[in-house]
Design a protein around this ligand. Structure first.
Ligand SMILES: *Cc1c(COP(=O)(O)O)cnc(C)c1O
Ligand SMILES: [Zn+2]
Length: 425
């Protein structure tokens, strides 16, 4: 379980101090390991509270126009020369009045549009953290198990620095998602199985000699990877003028993103970067893969694995590693979780596009459809400011809607043609 390579240099300006078990609180040095040696619980980066408390808004605002402006709050990347990154982040926070009106929200609604990242999904944030940590730990090769976007981002990051990348994907992914990895020329391994099969396979491969000097972004360097998602929470707060929104709606795959947005908000309050105010976290799943929703609805603390189906492939993780922590965050903040059908997802993609000019992938459709459902059910307060997360780009999952939209008129190239089609009076 422990790494043959080194530990991160804690003498640097990093505020990270330990890896801490989220289950039993046992502490470990900052090495390449993601499970607790005592109880097998997941490990999370622990910080020096004084170091975090000394970070100021001015310091952040003076930083670069990307995630690294938050380097004083991250485990790695304080020195620009150490970063392995496409410099993602500081994506648009778009005011969505027309969408709010369409679904009956009377308070400001914002879409955090993370399709604007270099490989068009929020995964660039986590991969930048994972590969920067991997470099600091002495690796120069990288692998991952992916539902699509992670593979795209890992392959692109590796191409930038000339590392070998081996990315493992379920063989039935959307063609555009496969292309968007293959173009960077990684070792692209299509596995005949579900994401959960792929993930199990990579955790076995990780123990093999052949992969000894390979960092697995969502396995042995997962604690560092996961911290990258905090930057989404930081950015929303900064873009709102250093305050927290009352409600957020976040898509769930492994559940890491949702828990880290919640963690980011807590840290901002603790560090005095925003005033204390309550926030509620809402989770979004597709009906084809809704194990966390099911546990929430039934009042369970454990998440029973499912076999995923449905079009929201980037969210199709049947055995979500952070499921129990998602339940904690949602229950503690007074939020809720909902799941939506494939037809609702398609409608969600189109509603987002038609009312905001943002073409989101299926995960974005899930989030919009869940927002709509939670407003209709009264679980989400229609009078409280809300931020939703569009985590990926619509062109990567175009097959979801390609039979639903197209030319509305077909005409001859003449005024007569235009008139006959009803375009002229
Ligand atoms: C990976 C992914 C998510 C969710 O990620 P987790 O942190 O695993 O919950 C959401 N949306 C898109 C588009 C993704 O690719
Ligand atoms: Zn433990």
């Amino acid at each position: 379980m422990t790494s043959l390579l080194g530990a991160l240099n804690t003498a640097s300006s990093s505020p990270a101090r330990v890896l801490r078990c989220r289950n039993c609180s046992a502490e470990f040095p900052l090495i390449a390991v993601h499970a607790c040696a005592e109880c097998f619980g997941p490990l999370e980066v622990g910080y020096d509270a004084d170091a975090l408390a000394s970070v100021t808004r001015e310091q952040i605002e003076a930083g670069p126009q990307n995630i690294w402006r938050y380097a004083p709050l991250l485990p790695v990347g304080q020195n620009p020369d150490d970063r392995v990154t496409l410099n993602p982040g500081l994506t648009p926070l778009v005011r969505a009045d027309r969408l709010a009106e369409a679904i009956g929200l009377n308070a400001p609604l914002w879409v955090k549009d993370d399709s604007a990242n270099p490989t068009h999904s929020f995964k660039d944030r986590v991969v930048s953290l994972a590969l920067t940590a991997a470099k600091g730990l002495g690796y120069n090769a990288v692998a991952c198990a992916s539902t699509g976007n992670l593979a795209n981002s890992v392959a692109a990051h590796a191409a930038r620095v000339g590392w070998q990348a081996t990315v493992f994907i379920p063989s039935d992914l959307e063609p555009s998602k496969i292309l968007a990895s293959a173009i960077y020329n990684p070792r692209l391994v299509a596995v005949e199985g579900s994401y959960d099969d792929v993930n199990r396979l990579t955790s076995e491969l990780q123990e093999d000699e052949a992969f000894e000097s390979t960092a697995f972004v969502n396995q042995n360097v997962r604690p560092y990877y996961a911290e990258g998602s905090k930057t989404l929470g930081y950015e929303v707060a900064e873009q709102l003028g250093w305050r927290l929104p009352a409600q957020v709606v976040v898509p769930i795959a492994s559940g890491s993103l949702l828990t880290k947005i919640d963690k980011a908000f807590s840290e901002l309050i603790k560090g005095g970067l925003v005033a204390e105010s309550p926030w509620r976290v809402f989770g979004a799943q597709s009906a084809g893969c809704s194990p966390v929703y099911a546990a929430f609805a039934e009042g369970h603390d454990v998440v029973r694995p499912v076999k995923p189906t449905g079009i929201a492939k980037s969210l199709n993780i049947g055995n979500p590693a952070d499921g129990p922590y998602v339940l904690d965050a949602v229950r503690r903040t007074g939020g809720s979780i909902a799941a939506v059908s494939d037809d609702e997802i398609r409608d969600g993609i189109r509603l987002l596009a038609e009312t905001t000019g943002i073409f989101g992938e299926t995960a974005g459709g899930v989030t919009v459809a869940v927002l709509k459902k939670l407003v209709a059910s009264g679980e989400l307060d229609p009078n409280a400011e809300t931020v939703i997360f569009n985590t990926g780009e619509g062109l990567k999952t175009a097959d979801a809607v390609e039979n639903q939209v197209g030319p509305t008129h077909r005409i001859a190239p003449s005024l007569r043609g235009a008139r006959e089609a009803g375009l002229l009076s």
